[in-house]
Design a protein around this ligand. Structure first.
Ligand SMILES: NC(=O)c1ccc[n+]([C@@H]2O[C@H](COP(=O)([O-])OP(=O)(O)OC[C@H]3O[C@@H](n4cnc5c(N)ncnc54)[C@H](OP(=O)(O)O)[C@@H]3O)[C@@H](O)[C@H]2O)c1
Length: 258
């Protein structure tokens, strides 16, 4: 079990589908996020150029950032080449995750050596689909991962059955993907009157209510909303501050998200 379990609760920045290889947008969004206090940045070789753009955007303030990226490969050779490119872009990787459980037993062998020798800090494993949560639990039970990344929002709560209790029991940090349901939860935006009971919790907008809903679960360490808009990165970051919701506020957000 790792000693310093908790990464958060924090709001990080995801990079799926928001800037890809567009270095200008990446620079603006990442600078805004850093300025608002965001320190955790998630990427993957799957995200069409996002790793390279993120690496460039972080360069001026790299020491302040925690880079969580992924190995998404069916063979060890391919996984190692992805890692070599990441080291070029980021200098080092703080949290290296096995993306979508791809060849996870094979990748874990060499990744554990990287961790043992101090070149990565933590190892993680991710999946987005509930049909893979049984295998994700199997991977966590090996005790060889420090971090799990999974989907969690008021409309996607499958992880409450097994994965969140298991992560808490094993002392595994939890990073939440899709905290805004890939934007689907933002199609109906509750009005100011509906959000009024959340104002004392620092919530001014609906995306902030959803992010605070995620982070108010004590088992969660980080939510990593993605955005292509700098001002939204700032808005989202504000949800990473206490006070946290209690049962009543969480229930209200669930009701509003229906
Ligand atoms: N989706 C997956 O299956 C998956 C899998 C593995 C890992 N991840 C990781 O998890 C991260 C987060 O998940 P996600 O990107 O799929 O979904 P998400 O963060 O739940 O939603 C992203 C969407 O929300 C919009 N958005 C963000 N902040 C907003 C705001 N304040 N106001 C209005 N719209 C806002 C963005 O559009 P704009 O650009 O227009 O702001 C974007 O379309 C990914 O980027 C990735 O790093 C995701």
């Amino acid at each position: 079990m790792i000693e310093q379990r908790r990464l958060g609760p924090v709001v990080g920045l995801g990079t799926w589908n928001t800037f890809g290889s567009d270095a200008t947008t990446a620079g603006e969004v990442v600078a805004a996020a850093l300025g608002a206090g965001v320190r955790l940045f998630d990427s993957s070789p799957m995200y069409r150029g996002a790793e390279a753009s993120l690496g460039g955007a972080l360069e001026p303030r790299r020491a302040e950032a925690t880079v969580a990226t992924k190995i998404w490969a069916s063979s060890v050779d391919e996984g190692r080449s992805q890692y070599a490119r990441q080291v070029e872009w980021f200098g080092r990787v703080e949290i290296e995750q096995v993306h979508n459980l791809a060849a996870w037993r094979d990748q874990l062998e060499w990744l554990e050596r990287e961790r043992e020798e101090g070149r990565v800090d933590k190892l993680g494993v991710t999946h987005y689909d509930a049909s893979a949560f049984g295998e994700l639990a199997t991977a966590l039970r090996t005790g060889r991962f420090d971090v799990v990344q999974l989907p969690y929002n008021p409309r996607e709560r499958e992880v409450e059955h097994e994965l969140l209790p298991l992560a808490a029991e094993l002392g595994i940090s939890v990073i939440v993907m899709r905290p805004l349901g890939e934007g689907a939860l933002l199609r109906r935006v509750p009005g100011a009157a509906e959000l009024a009971p959340l104002r004392d919790f620092g919530v001014e907008t609906w995306p902030q209510a959803l992010l605070k809903w995620v982070l108010s679960d004590e088992r969660i360490d980080a939510a990593i909303p993605a955005t292509s808009r700098p001002e939204r990165a700032v808005e989202n970051a504000r949800a990473g501050e206490a006070p946290w919701f209690g049962v009543e506020e969480r229930a209200l957000v669930e009701e509003l998200a229906r």
